[in-house]
Design a protein. Structure first.
Length: 315
């Protein structure tokens, strides 16, 4: 155990205590947390700032509103239902179509309208929310992921997580759904994490359940060497989210729609640290360097370019 700790320290991997004390507590004002913990507020802020997000079809706020579901989704064959205050992908229902008046989940199972309404009722009760508080259900556009990911994703939509510190991207990874994760892009539920080189936007290595892998466990396709489309735009989008919510240490989750391009999915004031494992390198040196910068570029595009130039030599 002691040797493992030394190896992690040598690799520059920061732990939760260091992250909390040196970066989150110092740079994230508690009063700003509701801007990212509430997905509806995040979406409204992004829309006002001209940042692309999945289209919002409707919001269910109280039990009485559930009866309005047929009207909200009448013109859409597919859609996503998610809790406004959920975390870790819990409570998200991805509907990919309809068969014989039933709604089809992305895992293939079918739900009646009553079962769908029951799920929404559970969301409103706070079953999936942070702290178990009463919640809202968002009904929104279902992302159709970029064809690049077809061979390295099982049913669900991959997303790209970027850590942004003082407005400068620090590290990125793409999270690839698997059978084990039930099509969700969540590493703790069994998704694959693939590190991304900030300069080139290419996937470099991958881990699954904290073990290095070369191929996707379900599709058998090679994961490294994928060129992420719209990479410079995506990195700039992540940097823009610094101004959006004012948090100095931030996790930005972006999805790549095959028609709409990069869309901001959600933001996180306490992003996890597994991104270091996915990339095979810690964030310590990068964070410390940015922490000591006297001047940070004002424009998001310049901050994204700075990140690419700063960390190019590491790769």
């Amino acid at each position: 155990m002691f040797l493992t700790w030394l190896n992690l320290r040598h690799a520059g991997v920061i732990g939760m205590n260091r992250r909390n004390a040196d970066f989150i507590l110092r740079y994230n004002e508690r009063s700003l947390y509701p801007l990212v913990d509430d997905k509806l507020r995040t979406k409204q802020l992004a829309i006002a700032a001209g940042i692309a997000v999945p289209q919002l079809y409707g919001v269910i706020e109280i039990e009485h509103d559930i009866a309005n579901i047929p009207n909200i989704v009448r013109d859409y064959k597919d859609f996503v239902i998610k809790p406004a205050h959920g975390s870790g992908g819990n409570g998200i229902a991805v509907i990919i179509g309809r068969i014989n008046e039933r709604f089809q989940y992305n895992n293939g199972s079918l739900l009646t309208e009553e079962e769908l309404e029951y799920h929404i009722s559970n969301i409103l009760s706070g079953m999936y929310s942070l702290g178990g508080q009463p919640d809202q259900a968002l009904i929104e556009y279902r992302v159709k992921f970029d064809p690049l990911f077809e061979s390295v994703s099982y049913r669900g939509v991959p997303d790209i997580r970027t850590i942004v510190f003082r407005g400068i991207p620090v590290a990125s990874m793409v999270r690839l759904p698997t059978r084990l994760s039930d099509g969700k892009a969540n590493l703790h539920q069994g998704a694959v994490g693939a590190g991304i080189d900030l300069n080139s936007g290419m996937t470099t290595r991958a881990v699954w359940q904290n073990r290095p892998i070369d191929i996707h466990p379900d599709t058998g396709s090679v994961i490294s060497g994928l060129a992420i489309p719209h990479w410079n735009k995506l990195l700039t989008l992540a940097a823009q989210c610094y101004e959006l919510v004012g948090l100095g240490y931030l996790g930005v989750d972006v999805v790549l729609d095959h028609e709409l391009g990069p869309l901001v999915l959600e933001l996180n004031a306490r992003p996890g640290l597994s991104i270091q494992i996915a990339n095979g390198k810690g964030m310590e040196k990068r964070l410390e360097y940015i922490d000591h910068l006297n001047k940070i570029p004002e424009k998001a595009q310049d901050r994204a370019a700075l990140a690419q130039s700063l960390f190019k030599a590491e790769n």
